[in-house]
Structures are given as structure tokens and as C-alpha cells.
Design a protein around this ligand. Structure first.
Ligand SMILES: [Cu+2]
Length: 122
């Protein structure tokens, strides 16, 4: 791993942390419910697919993608509804907090045939 790449990752990480903070604020109106944030919603990336392909969550809950392939993958929202991930290396994770209700389609920009949907409910 080169210095430049590490540096780029550090910048990406910093912006992701800032983004998570924003998304958390975005989902704040749902935070009055009990145990919000305790549910672990994980989407596994394996064999060039998102699993589960459709995930239902409640507004305010976190969603984490983890890459279990040897290939890098990304998580990119159709229509830029949420911040895209960096290229996820093996075992690397990407987390967002669900905001407004609705269906959010996403794909992997490296392999655009890899698609998934997040359904955010109240
Ligand atoms: Cu991919």
C-alpha cells in the first residue's frame, strides 16, 4: 500500500465520519423511539452480490455493508440519495444511518450489475 493511497483513505475516512454525523442528524426525528440504533443491519457482499439484496430498516437505524470478497466493491446510491462508500477492500465495512422513509436503490460502481435496495420504514 502506497503512502498516497493511505493518505487518500485517511481523507475518505474523515469525510465518512463527518457524513455519518450528518446522516445521524438527518434521522433525528425518529430518535424518540426506544432502542433505536441497537438493531444491527448488516449487508454482506459476497460472490459479487449484496446479501440480503433488499433490506428493510427503521429510520434512525444503522446499516453496515461488509465486503467478504477478495475483489474491491463500492456502495453507490442511485440518484445520490446517500453518500457513496470508498472502494471496500476485503473485510472492510461501510456504515450509514437510515434517514427519511422510502426505497433507496444502490449499486457497486466497479460491477454495476451488483444492485441492492434499502427500504426505510418509520
Ligand atoms: Cu463490486
Amino acid at each position: 500500500m502506497t503512502f498516497i493511497r493511505n493518505n487518500k483513505k485517511a481523507i475518505l475516512l474523515t469525510s465518512l465520519v463527518a457524513l455519518n454525523f450528518c446522516l445521524a442528524a438527518w434521522g433525528d426525528d425518529a430518535a424518540s423511539g426506544a432502542a433505536i440504533g441497537d438493531t444491527k443491519n448488516t449487508i454482506e457482499i459476497k460472490d459479487f452480490a449484496f446479501n440480503p439484496q433488499t433490506l428493510k430498516v427503521k429510520s434512525g437505524e444503522k446499516i453496515t455493508w461488509i465486503n467478504h470478497d477478495d475483489e474491491p466493491h463500492t456502495v453507490v446510491s442511485v440518484g445520490k440519495k446517500f453518500q457513496k462508500s470508498s472502494a471496500l477492500d476485503t473485510d472492510q465495512e461501510f456504515t450509514i444511518t437510515a434517514g427519511a422513509t422510502g426505497a433507496y436503490e444502490y449499486f457497486c460502481s466497479v460491477h454495476p450489475k451488483m444492485t441492492g435496495t434499502i427500504v426505510v420504514e418509520k
